[in-house]
Design a protein around this ligand. Sequence first.
Ligand SMILES: *Cc1c(COP(=O)(O)O)cnc(C)c1O
Length: 868
Amino acid sequence: MQPIRTFNVSPFLPDQLQPLRKLAYNLHWDWNVETKDLFRRLDRDLWESSRHNPVLMLGTISQARLQEVAEDEGFLAQMERASRQLDEYLKERTWYRKQRGLGSSQSVASGETQEVNGKPQECFAYFCAEFGLVDCLPIYSGGLGVLAGDHLKSASDLGLPLVAVGLLYQEGYFAQYLNADGWQQERYPINDFYNMPLHLERNPDGSELRIEVDYPGRTVYARIWRVQVGTVPLYLLDTNIEPNNPYDHDITDHLYGGDLDMRIHQEMMLGIGGVRALQALGIKPTVYHLNEGHSAFLILERIRKLIQDEGLSFAEAKQVAQATQLFTTHTPVSAGFDLFPPDKAMYYVGHYANIFGLSREEFLALGREDISNLASPFSMAALAIKTASFINGVSQLHGEVSRVMFQGLWENLPLVEVPITAITNGVHARSVVAKPNQELYDRYLGPSWSEKGAEDPLWDRVASIPDEELWRNHERCRSEMVVYVREHLQKHLRDRGASPAEVAHAQEVLDPGVLTIGFARRFATYKRANLFMRDIERIKKIMRANKDRQLQFVIAGKAHPKDMPGKDLIRQIIHQIREAGIGDQVVFVPDYDIYLARFMVAGCDIWLNTPRRPREASGTSGMKASMNGLPNVSILDGWWDEADYVRTGWPIGHGETYDDPDYEDEVEANALYDLLEKEVVPLFYNRDSEEIPRGWVAKMKDAIKLNTPYFNTARMLRDYSVRGYFPASDRYFTMTTNAYTPAKELASWKRRLFERWYDIKIEDVDITAPPELMVNQAVAVKTLINLAGLTPDDIQVELYQGSVNADGQIVNGLPTVMNYQGTDEHQRSIYTADVIYSSSGLQGLSLRVLPKHENLSSPYEPGLVLWA
Ligand SMILES: *Cc1c(COP(=O)(O)O)cnc(C)c1O
């Protein structure tokens, strides 16, 4: 039955309870223990059955219960406190304003580009295909989404003028359950937007605010929903509306759903639609941050706008867009990037080539890694990199891997100089630290611990937390996790129609007093979830060696619906558990999500991670565990490679990589068994007369003290701001002054540079050095360069020195800028410099020319280097 009319019916709240509505619609409740508690207190059962969704709760709670709490003074007092805390929170976000030398606070989404203390207002737009904020908003699949969610929470904490853009999927990311054989089944919950913490953006006349995006042969419309994350608005596009055709309704149906064509449809909506949505909302970003390449089409739309609205040429428009764009890559394998066949790319977005005045091949070259290969695909990562002025990986090791992967995009540039840097990921402390631990840290460290950097003296106070309190707290977290796991498991077994005996038995799995190892993450095969069961007899022996020194495992994670090897891995684990008869001690908990993750990272004793190095770009669940005092046991990969892995846990191996995966598994599984046997189990069970494992607690404190301040999105956002957002935003203001004059000048300077660059000649290099050189002995170098019509202001000449490896290449080279000394009688420019070698051995020297201009984001931006 089709309705003849639909209404959005809001719950009736008694006057005294009005603040509940405000609290429910700002996700700040997720990281404020007082507010979260308030909703739990409002109706504990409804809190659980609504999937911790306060908006749905307010919509379904009985009027009688509302009347009851409206007269409950305790409840009202707590509500007032929570309400005041939210108001204060929204007012007092000061880090950003202090950094930028601004005055009192101001709302980001107010639209107009106002002047604040003489400075125009800036705005950082953050694009991502998924956001993992709270479990009642299932529009994320795993680590990327949770990271993006934490990015917004910390941006809010720091008061950054950040707005975010994504897609609102009609079907939530799937709920997982296992059939009797252990094979993953997927169920897609339908998201009921009107009962979620979402605001529909409207025009002043009350109608829905809509944007349009051109697709081949038709226009697709989208409406815009807003999620309020503290001070940060997240705008989500929704195409499930009339008059879109049924196919287009489905563009925002599934996260990463459908085939390649659907993928392009989604990415066009995210990138192109996202830019249009911000414009429709009156928001004028000064910086665009692409979190992974899915949104990279946005660059096309930005350039189009600059050409058609601002009257710039393609080169000028690209200059402005690039100067203000950041790109973060999250995968260490090229298979992880979106690649589109050239014809497909042209079919969907080729109309931009006409607007830009580019030929087919010139246009495709924007997204090609190898522009000389006309069959090569259009890569979203290449597009994002070529049009960004700040590019980063998500851990130091991943930065290195990314430089190798994309070195080809910078011809002739030594690997160490490839301008891809790293900002190590973090997690949002107030979201992932369990409530009793937050209260403990608040008490002993002070309330600002969640945002303070490692240099702050408050971290020394971790030592003053009494061992007993920390340990009792932790044991409480473990018990709570065990209780939750049992209930959760029972519910799933009942839903699956399991036998009453099976359901009853789930009440007996795990022992709340036993050393518990947690492993939970997406089930991609490279993460090797079953490595610890490689030698089942050995792990059984360790688990049961001694009645008083047992060991148990809690495992969780979803495989991507199309990842058959990942699903097979889950089934194998289930089968292995059954065959070995260890079902009480090794438990696979279905339907991993943010909520379950938070129990596990606080309630386990060890957090295990066994990826194949260097496949784990960063990994973040281990950081969550650390903040709750869990030591990590992990392969040295991603973030763990740069942590203090001796004091805050145990490393498996020493960072080796292997050619033979089977041998790798063998060696690393054995290393894990040895660690468990010789280190982990003995330390955990070594109790004093008060039953406290003092040595273990010391490691817990190190984990809290050393990892919380660093692997934290507060630090991460400060890094992105200072290294990425602020300089890019400054470039925006530079580029746009006087009707884009500097951008136009830079673009025409670049054109001249490209025209003449290949005629530059290094004509003579004169090195005065004896054949046997001593350490610290100066060598004078003089060179004559024909600048081909460029001036000494346009270029930088550098000596490049370093040791020579077995292949005859200079490694770890160090550049020294040479000094311009005028011209000789043939109008050649003279440059001189001295080099000094501070170490002995075979040392090499080279000389190079790089472009130089004050408005370049870096000398590497034009991609030109001339070597002698
Ligand atoms: C933190 C988190 C992840 C990411 O974990 P990794 O260790 O980075 O793989 C995935 N899913 C959920 C639900 C999380 O909370």
